[in-house]
Design a protein around this ligand. Structure first.
Ligand SMILES: NC(=[NH2+])NCCC[C@H](N)C(=O)O
Ligand SMILES: [Mn+2]
Ligand SMILES: [Mn+2]
Length: 314
């Protein structure tokens, strides 16, 4: 039985935002992630939890894919990523303003610029729980790859600004360092470590998961950003937070990740707060493994969504 939500109408409704987009990173296939998640029955599964589900088909990005888009510095596809995220931001805000929980299925994690800005424009007091092996905090100055999926948090915090991203407010930014917390980190670039320290951004790496256990880590993480459990929560879940043995088919796997249960526990515990207002499931790439591993990764994407929306074990 799903817990009552503190911010949403009693009639439970979810809007699926399907984002077949891969422009924030170089590997083909992550744009097929949302198609696989829907084909695996995600919508029926959410309806099975008692939600009314809106899904108007996957987002069509073709009008922007033909765009002339030379690199800015070493940033790849900078205009394309910006336009797509801006469109996603508007859709997410629209669904949120209608009292629905936007569940965005990616697609690469650059999309979180869109989803989180959409949530914050509807709920300015919302906090972000970011589950990832990576901090995705590189700025234009610190990125060594130029892949924008490693940079969305820096844009959201206003640490990176470009005229091409002027739709994203930077002074003041929508997101501030005290409103985001990370769980699952284990592959953080040197520049990102410096930024985490400099801005006092709270992060629970796999080291803390090992030391305290996931139950305590989620409590501590929520205590830092949402101590009274009275603020809306946006959960942005990169499936590479999970160990590659659990979610093998993703673009930047890193060993030593969350177990199946640790990942699902995070989603269950966020659901139990009654504060979840938006969810992202990102970086499922169905072309990077054998069929069984792809099916396993897609199934885990679906089950994380169900856990965050109130599926319980008993
Ligand atoms: N969303 C992701 N999987 N991000 C991986 C980022 C990897 C690396 N830190 C970079 O900046 O490129
Ligand atoms: Mn990641
Ligand atoms: Mn990520």
């Amino acid at each position: 039985m799903a817990a009552n939500n503190k911010f949403l109408p009693e009639k439970k409704s979810v809007a699926i935002v399907g984002c077949p987009f891969s422009g924030g990173q170089p590997k083909a296939g992550v744009d097929q992630g949302p198609i696989h998640l829907v084909q695996a029955g995600l919508i029926d599964q959410i309806e099975g939890l008692g939600y009314e589900v809106t899904f108007d088909g996957h987002h069509q990005f073709e009008d922007v894919s033909a765009l002339a888009d030379p690199p800015i510095g070493i940033l790849k596809n900078p205009r394309l990523v910006s336009k797509v995220s801006k469109a996603v931001s508007e859709v997410v805000k629209q669904h949120a303003s209608n009292g629905k929980i936007p569940v965005t299925i990616g697609g690469d994690h650059s999309l979180a610029m869109g989803t989180i800005s959409g949530t914050l424009s509807q709920y300015p007091e919302a906090v972000v729980v970011w589950i990832d092996a990576h901090a995705d905090l590189n700025t234009i100055e610190t990125t060594t790859t130029g892949n924008i999926h490693g940079m969305p948090v820096a844009f959201l915090l206003g640490l990176s600004t470009l005229p091409e991203y002027s739709w994203l407010p930077s002074s003041p930014p929508l997101l501030t360092p005290s409103k985001i917390v990370y769980i699952g980190l284990r592959d953080v670039d040197a520049g990102e470590k410096a930024l985490l320290r400099e801005h006092g951004i709270r992060a629970f790496s796999m080291h803390e998961v090992d030391r305290y256990g996931i139950g305590k880590v989620v409590d501590m993480a929520l205590d830092t950003v949402n101590p009274a459990r009275d603020k809306p929560v946006h959960l942005s879940f990169d499936v590479d937070a999970l160990d590659p043995s659990v979610a093998p088919s993703t673009g930047t796997p890193v060993r030593g990740g969350l177990t199946f249960r640790e990942g699902h526990y995070i989603c269950e515990a966020i659901h139990e707060t009654g504060c979840l207002v938006a969810l992202d499931i990102m970086e499922v790439n169905p072309s990077l493994a054998d069929a069984a591993s792809v099916a396993q990764t897609v199934a885990v994407g679906c089950s994380l969504v169900r856990s965050a929306l109130g599926e319980t074990l008993l």
